[in-house]
Design a protein around this ligand. Sequence first.
Ligand code: GDP
Length: 298
Amino acid sequence: MFDTLSDRLGTALAGLRGKGRLSEADIDATAREIRIALLEADVALPVVRAFIARIKERAKGAEVSQALNPAQQVVKIVNEELIAVLGGETRRIALAKEPPSVIMLAGLQGSGKTTLAGKLARWLKGQGHTPLLVACDLQRPNAVNQLQIVGERAGVTTFAPEPGNGVGDPVDVARRGVAHARDKMYDIVIVDTAGRLGVDAELMQQASDIRDAVRPDETLFVVDAMIGQDAVATAEAFRDGVGFSGVVLTKLDGDARGGAALSVREVTGQPILFASNGEKLEDFDVFHPDRMASRILG
Ligand code: GDP
């Protein structure tokens, strides 16, 4: 991830090295190269446009710094703008004052929701919480079982509909799951919901119904960074159809070009809270915009 983008940005910025003063033409040329690098990395066009406009404006108006030469100044501006586009400050997960807090996961099938449920549960447990997983993906055969398996690996309990009870109603399971958590003193409920291969109205309605039933403290939109530009359209569909308070990027270990990571915050207005970078439960961390920007700039 980001290898090509890092290389391209590195080359664009290296062109400024050794210059005593930067002319407008120097800045324009560099901005053009940064633009191409971002577009090649699959960053959404409006995000690229706004990013380049800010870089140019700031680079042209840059104060003469005693400490930094012009090239370093531009690198600093690009770094700051990358951090801004990734969300600025690290946003911590919001928990309820009165437990149990409810975290609902939404996203397309295959985005990594179930795996994330296990990762999040394991991470929260490590922070001293007592999470309960609630299996509301009753659409996909085996989804409940898969959640139970990741729950076991994370060392947490999974609340699931009783076997032999038919398909069941996911809204009812969600509601009963939260009530169970309250009874048994679990302090965080992680609700796994059904995903479809593509965005559809029924999926959105079901997720909205679950949301209305359990009123989550956080609704996390889980998105596979490998799907590139499609991530933006999917995020917009979920924002409009269900609404969410934060984003989790998955599969950052893959060879995606990075566009989803760089676009989703600006496009949806919601912060990236966590990042997943592998199939193992420990391949997971809080998302830090500044660290990601440093990785991109190499
Ligand atoms: P769901 O359908 O949204 O619940 O998705 P799953 O959790 O079942 O994940 C779909 C596939 O992606 C599984 O094979 C997971 O092992 C894999 N997966 C999930 N997260 C990651 C990740 O961060 N990196 C990689 N490489 N694979 C992942």
